[in-house]
Design a protein around this ligand. Sequence first.
Ligand code: FEO
Length: 172
Amino acid sequence: MISKKMEKALNEQIALEGSACFLYLSMSAWCDQQGMSGCAQFMRHQSAEEQMHMMKIFDYVGEVNGHPITPAIKQPAKDFGTIQKMFEQVYAHEQKVTKSIHKLVSLAKAEDDYTTFEFLQWYVMEQREEEDSMRTILDRIKIIGTGAQSLYFIDKEVEAISAAAEAAEEGE
Ligand code: FEO
């Protein structure tokens, strides 16, 4: 059994993961429109990951006798300016999610809720990986540059990063 305060905080996290799922899906569609199929595939995969993150918490709240709430999700933007700006936005969003996970960990500690504390450790690791992969993409974009001809190489790089990440997940 979790406290009402923890239940509310976890439900807020469900909404945050759900909004990332929709945001990344919209980014995937935008990338496709730009002819950047590698980035589109990557963002689609990220969107599916966010849905899994949302559902993991949703199921956990139910398991510990709480009431998981299906969130209302605002329609995300459909235009993201440039590919660099888009990935900067993704990185900022991931940093926001990391802060939010760390707050949940602090709350679990403060409440001596060791079950939730243990459950959240997976998210702490996952956020470290997600931030790292977004930083890698932004670093590559800086190296390749953002001129028209660079877009092709950025797309190929992101496609390779995406394939490596998927292969690593399958090996887990
Ligand atoms: Fe579920 Fe990328 O945070």
